[in-house]
Design a protein around this ligand. Sequence first.
Ligand SMILES: O=C(CO)[C@H](O)[C@H](O)COP(=O)(O)O
Length: 218
Amino acid sequence: MNQDDKKKAVAQAAVRYVEQGSIVGVGTGSTVNYFIEALAPIKNDIAGAVSSSEASTERLKALGIEVFDLNSVDQLSVYVDGADEITEHRHMIKGGGAALTREKIVAAVAQKFICIIDDTKNVDLLGAFPLPVEVIPMARSYVAREIVKLGGDPVYRQGVVTDNGNVILDVHNLTILNPVELERQLNNIVGVVTNGLFAMRGADVVLIGSDEGIQVNE
Ligand SMILES: O=C(CO)[C@H](O)[C@H](O)COP(=O)(O)O
């Protein structure tokens, strides 16, 4: 099975976690795009969605799925999203698609974070994938200097502006032994909006697409 087929299979498997009549939290990325497609046949059985990016909102609306403002929603039973890297402890690096802040906000509201990945995303230690950090534009150089003090090598993601009007620094060469602590340290730098470590609030269920079928880590 190629990587795309694994993404499709795992996206399809996530549909069974969607509750009848509920509003579904929807992430961002190529795996989630398959999940959005998988929602189409059940769109009349759900109340709608809350989205973590303009890109996903557009896709949901194109399928006739209503997209709600998160401020008008008290609770979400599930949030379905992909990851760039994930450990067996369900700690993740996310933000390859620059949607990390809205992803973290929607995930925070949801009762269950269902992470959908193909098996290339499994790692023993986070950090080979450069860690995205969303930064207020005027703080970019200051934040970069502070990240260097933490041992990282920040690279400005040229030409990318987030849905929130901010910029992204991708941090290379980090050895992430304690993801919870690093998530906190990075968020404490003035000018950082958020960072792509999802460790304080990791995934609750991980669905992994592999040649052996769908594996579940919960
Ligand atoms: O965090 C994300 C976007 O900001 C995505 O979930 C992550 O980049 C994985 O994407 P894909 O499913 O395309 O591999």
